[in-house]
Design a protein around this ligand. Sequence first.
Ligand code: GDP
Length: 224
Amino acid sequence: MSDSKAIERGRLLFAQECRFLRPIVSLEDVPDTELPEVAFIGRSNVGKSSLINALTGRNALARVSNTPGRTREINLFDLGRQLILVDLPGYGFARVAKAQSAAWRRLINGYLKGRPQLARVCLLIDSRHGVKDSDEEMMELLDGAAVSFHTILTKIDKIAAPDIANVLNSAAGATAKHTAGHPEVFVTSSEKGTGLAELRAALAGVALTADSGYKPAPAGRNRA
Ligand code: GDP
């Protein structure tokens, strides 16, 4: 597919109705859907809610918060019955109590390893901070779960233009060390709209279409 066709397909996909399913606080709540899923994850305050809102063109779909570590549940959004966007709770927040962080690990691990329809993860990295230890841990977890991930640099508008290439190279280098790391790294700004069309196009590549021939894996299959 040509770049312009892919961009148009992404635009059309993300222009569709996006319906909030329900918050998930434990693995038993995960709905039994068959659509392909793309999950968004990153350190708290990385700009995850802003990115989901910007991609879908809705201002308040995912809650934008100035209180890091507040969201502890998984939120699912059905995009036009073609793709499910999954908003995973942020990590790397020091003030989150240990017990809460163990519960987070169980929930995230269980979801990542037990979800055959999870087609791609978008791992968000704040351009100003680069890849941190907790991001490396997440990349390792994704290697273990065999879920392919895109590294997405966020808030690129906050970086001086001459520094962008360095930030991108270093994130691409960190991603390339991981078997689950997808070679395509995205540079985005939810504020300015940078990179959103390209990311929509990539995600449309895993969405269900009438001619995609997508067949959901049998229920209950486990990646672990
Ligand atoms: P989350 O905790 O990962 O969901 O992060 P949020 O989406 O709530 O964003 C955290 C903070 O970063 C908020 O104050 C946002 O307004 C800000 N932010 C998010 N994305 C961008 C961006 O692309 N550019 C700029 N300048 N600020 C951003």
